[in-house]
Design a protein around this ligand. Structure first.
Ligand SMILES: Nc1ncnc2c1ncn2[C@@H]1O[C@H](COP(=O)(O)OP(=O)(O)OP(=O)(O)O)[C@@H](O)[C@H]1O
Ligand SMILES: [Mg+2]
Length: 262
């Protein structure tokens, strides 16, 4: 089933076409990586799809429904949930409470959620606690539940961002450079977690990443952006040999990782 589809999606900042007529299709169950040089428009594409930016042209459909121009909370409530490239918003609160905010992101979005929240506050509280405990266990954060976010090892802080997004019950999860700053062991843990998110929770994953070992290790398909345009789309082993990609992305070790993995 087609989960996400964009047609001619574009946005301009002054004279800069940050995202330029991008067609993207994502099927349920895929792990798709979006790669490209710094400034290629990857995060901007996430902003367009998740409602944080309005496109100047083009459309985005999610679960066969047009979502172009919907506000972020409505899109999140439909099950399209994203993380942010750089954030420390969970550093001053206990891990458990950070994860609980993810739950509310989805629940409080509609009027039904608000009513439920006031009328059945107790039942709601119990549901939040159960759900939070489940997400903490799934992501391996249970031992840190009562710690402030900033007291977690760096690798666990990045996992916490994923856990908060998971708590919102996504059907499609958008991760913006989840492995940035991670050491090889932490990267392996993250890779295993992303696989389990897809395999055990049946959540489709769209991932922005510069770490080619992670990209080649888990992606079913890779899309390459350069200067806002899509320049390649296919399995990692094919895209890594594409001459245009090699030129745009030289030095990133993409081809070497793909060869090592083949
Ligand atoms: N709100 C904005 N206003 C003006 N220009 C912007 C804005 N957001 C992004 N840009 C510009 O759009 C281009 C694409 O930026 P974007 O953040 O999407 O790149 P990226 O591919 O995510 O890069 P990186 O790998 O460094 O995160 C860049 O030239 C950036 O400076
Ligand atoms: Mg970015």
């Amino acid at each position: 089933m087609r989960l996400l589809e964009t047609h001619g999606l574009s946005v301009q900042f002054g004279g800069l076409r940050a995202v330029d007529a991008v067609d993207l299709a994502l099927d349920a169950g895929e792990i798709l990586s979006l790669i490209g040089p710094n400034g290629a428009g990857k995060t901007t594409l996430f902003n367009l799809v998740s409602g944080f930016l309005k496109p100047s042209a083009g459309t985005a459909r999610y679960q066969e429904r047009e979502i172009t121009g919907l506000p972020p909370y409505e899109i999140a409530a439909l099950g399209l949930v994203r993380t942010f490239q750089k954030t420390n918003i969970f550093s001053e609160i206990p891990v458990r409470d950070g994860v609980a905010t993810g739950f509310h992101l989805k629940r409080d979005a509609g009027i039904a959620g608000i009513l439920l929240h006031t009328r059945r506050a107790k039942a709601e509280q119990a549901a939040v606690e159960r759900w939070t405990a489940e997400i903490l266990a799934f992501t391996g954060l249970t031992p840190w539940a009562h710690q402030l976010g900033k007291n977690l090892p760096y690798g666990k802080q990045r996992i916490l961002e994923v856990a908060v997004a998971l708590a919102a019950s996504p059907r499609l999860l958008l991760l913006d450079e989840p492995a940035s700053g991670l050491n090889p062991t932490e990267t392996n843990d993250l890779m295993a977690l992303i696989r389990r998110i897809r395999d055990e929770k049946q959540i489709t994953v769209l991932l922005i990443e510069h770490n080619m070992r992670l990209v080649v290790g888990i992606s079913d398909r890779v899309v390459v952006l350069n200067h806002g345009k899509k320049i390649a789309d296919g399995p990692p082993g094919v895209v890594s040999k594409d001459q245009t990609v090699v030129e745009a992305y030289l030095g990133r070790g993409f081809a070497a990782e793909a060869a090592a993995h083949a």
